[in-house]
Ligand binder design. Structure first.
Ligand code: MD3
Ligand code: FE
Length: 222
C-alpha cells in the first residue's frame, strides 16, 4: 500500500527530503489524491464553514479554519483547545473522510511513524494576504505522535525555526501536493507561514488549503 502511494517517489520530481531530525518532506506525494481531498474539504466546509477565529488577545486570525474528526482545534478569548463540538453549530465536527485518514497514516509510516491514527484534522484556508505567525503546536497531550501536513493550492513560504522563538528560521516553499511529517524533536519547533501571495489556482479558488493531521486525544489510546 505504501509502495502504491509512493510509487512515483524517486522518479520525476518525486522525492523524500529530510528537513531536520524527525521532519520529512514528501514532495508531491498527495498530488494524485488532491481532487478527492479538495472535494472532501468542500463537503466538510458545507457542514462546518470556514471561520476566522479570535485569538486570546481578541485579534482575528487572517487564516480561516475548519476541522474534521473526533476533535477540532478552536481558539477564542478563553484560549486554545481541542473540542469535540463545533462552537458555531454546537454539533460534532464532520467525520474524517477515509481518503484523509489513509493518506495521513501512509505518509506517517513512510516517514518512520507506523501506527499513527489521527483523531483531528485542522483545515487552514489562506487567501492572499493571510499569514500564520511563528508558533509551537503544543495543545496536543501526546507530543510523541507526529503531525502530518498536506499543502493544496497556491504555494506558500513556510518558516521553520528552532525550539526557542528567537532562533533563526529557514524558509521552505510548500507547493500543491506536498506532504510533511513532523515528529520526534521537530514536533516542538517553532514554525509559521509567510503572507500568501496572489496567484492562480482555480481548483482551490485561488487560495491555499493546508490539512494538519493530529492525535489530539490522550496518550496511549492509539
Ligand atoms: C512543525 N499550519 O496548523 S503546516 C498549524 O501551513 C500550522 O497551515 C501551517 O502550523 C500551515 O498549526 C504549517 C506544517 C506544520 C504543521 C505542524 C507542525 C509544521 C509543524 C508542528 C510542529 C512543527
Ligand atoms: Fe502549527
Amino acid at each position: 500500500m505504501i509502495d502504491d502511494l509512493f510509487s512515483r517517489l524517486d522518479s520525476e520530481d518525486q522525492r523524500r527530503e529530510i528537513l531536520a531530525d524527525g521532519a520529512m518532506l514528501l514532495h508531491g506525494c498527495a498530488h494524485a489524491q488532491a481532487p478527492a481531498l479538495l472535494a472532501a474539504v468542500d463537503e466538510i466546509a458545507a457542514a462546518a464553514p470556514f471561520r476566522r477565529m479570535q485569538t486570546p488577545g481578541a485579534l482575528r486570525m487572517s487564516v480561516a479554519m475548519s476541522n474534521c474528526g473526533a476533535l477540532g482545534w478552536i481558539s477564542g478569548r478563553q484560549g486554545y483547545r481541542y473540542s469535540p463540538l463545533d462552537p458555531d453549530s454546537g454539533r460534532q465536527w464532520p467525520a474524517m473522510p477515509a481518503v484523509f485518514c489513509e493518506l495521513a497514516q501512509k505518509a506517517a509510516a513512510a516517514a518512520g511513524f507506523p501506527g499513527f491514527t489521527p483523531d483531528a484534522c485542522l483545515i487552514n484556508r489562506y487567501e492572499p494576504g493571510s499569514k500564520l505567525s511563528l508558533h509551537q503546536d503544543k495543545d496536543e497531550p501526546d507530543l510523541g505522535a507526529p503531525i502530518v501536513s498536506v499543502s493544496l493550492g497556491l504555494p506558500a513560504v513556510f518558516l521553520f525555526g528552532g525550539l526557542q522563538r528567537k532562533e533563526p528560521t529557514t524558509r521552505l516553499l510548500l507547493a500543491h501536493g506536498d506532504v510533511v511529517v513532523w515528529g520526534g524533536p521537530a514536533r516542538r519547533r517553532y514554525h509559521g507561514v509567510q503572507t500568501l501571495k496572489q496567484g492562480l489556482f482555480p481548483e482551490t479558488g485561488n487560495c491555499r488549503i493546508n490539512l494538519t493531521f493530529r492525535k489530539a486525544g490522550p496518550p496511549g489510546r492509539q
